[in-house]
Design a protein around this ligand. Structure first.
Ligand SMILES: Nc1ncnc2c1ncn2[C@@H]1O[C@H](COP(=O)(O)OP(=O)(O)OP(=O)(O)O)[C@@H](O)[C@H]1O
Length: 317
């Protein structure tokens, strides 16, 4: 499957939100966010459970009306043009809602019929999409026996049936094992290369780093930072991180002994993170101070460090 180049070349804002709010009774799930998603990019909402990512996605998907603020999708207003917008979106929900009565292939062709796609075209498209998500051999199988990763790939294929301009993916790899996740990432990466605009939510920093050109970090219904993964890491973290685990009830007493080492230090329940430019030099200094951690790891900074810096919490509790 390939997408016409005209979809790829124009650079404009496909999703435009200003002061977007979603309230459920007295509770504010999305507290006035500004977002612009450009054509052809992979844009992410990264944040922990309850940050307001799904609520935002549901507003973008035109299944949940905004409480307040501006939201335009493909230049249209979801309050007025919901059906028109939905026809141009592909939606991959957090939980697979495939039809277990139907075969793998029928899940695609039946869904295509909802969009008024002629039977012959639907059949052809289903075959192409099965090939794209590497499920051609399972076309005649029922859905139930498929693995979690296969079901997710089928849900992604189903989201592509109407040749959408934007594909919305709510936590595309939650619950999948590492191998299945990599296969999904690889397919999504291929879609992105074909110029499809991807909008995804995730609480996995590695997923955000792998897939997103730009992302917003959400916490408590607000956007706390925005940028490319690399720019966010450069802005909010150091080049390297040293993780030290001390064999003791509490890591706290060791933090004083590490004072002045690096730009910043975070004490977590099970380890201390030292934010430094040069990890090996920092480890040498730890040894010079006669500290003997049970384990030492030097690694590059990640979006997890960005999140920790911005909120004082880890992404996955
Ligand atoms: N229909 C609803 N009624 C009441 N509260 C809701 C409703 N939907 C979501 N919420 C609340 O809004 C907050 C944000 O939820 P949301 O699902 O948008 O977060 P999230 O970042 O997507 O997290 P998750 O990864 O758990 O889906 C949560 O506290 C949630 O309990």
């Amino acid at each position: 499957m390939s997408y016409p180049l005209s979809r790829v070349l124009a650079v404009d804002s496909l999703i435009h939100a200003r002061g977007l709010v979603k309230r459920f009774g007295d509770f504010t799930a999305v507290a006035g966010i500004d977002v612009d998603v450009r054509r052809g990019e992979a844009f992410g909402f990264l944040g922990p459970n309850g940050a307001g990512k799904s609520s935002t996605m549901r507003m973008i998907g035109c299944v949940s009306p905004p409480t307040d603020g501006v939201l335009q999708i493909l230049g249209m207003d979801p309050r007025r043009d919901g059906p028109k917008i939905r026809a141009k979106l592909g939606v991959c929900p957090q939980l697979d809602n495939l039809d277990i009565e139907l075969t793998v292939r029928e899940n695609l062709s039946t869904y295509a019929r909802f969009f008024g796609i002629p039977r012959k075209v639907a059949r052809q498209r289903a075959a192409e999409l099965l090939d794209f998500v590497q499920l051609s051999e399972r076309g005649d199988s029922k859905v139930e026996p498929l693995s979690g990763g296969m079901k997710r790939r089928l849900t992604i294929a189903r989201a592509l049936v109407n040749e959408p301009e934007i594909v919305l993916l709510d936590e595309p790899t939650t619950g999948l094992d590492p191998q299945a996740r990599h296969l999904v990432w690889e397919r999504l990466f291929r879609l992105k290369q074909q110029g499809v605009t991807l909008v995804l939510t995730t609480h996995y920093m590695d997923e955000a780093e792998q897939l997103c050109d730009r992302l917003v970090v959400m916490d408590g219904g607000r956007i706390v930072a925005e940028g490319s993964p690399r720019a966010l890491i450069e802005q909010y973290s150091t080049r390297e991180v040293v993780e030290l685990r001390f064999a003791a009830e509490s890591q706290e007493p060791y933090s004083e002994k590490l004072a002045g080492l690096g730009e910043r230090l975070e004490v977590l329940p099970d380890r201390i993170l030292l934010y430094v430019f040069d990890g090996d030099a920092a480890v040498a200094e730890v040894q010079r101070r006669s500290l003997a951690p049970a384990s030492v790891l030097v690694r590059r900074s990640s979006l997890e460090d960005v999140f920790l810096h911005l909120t004082g919490r880890t992404l996955v509790d």
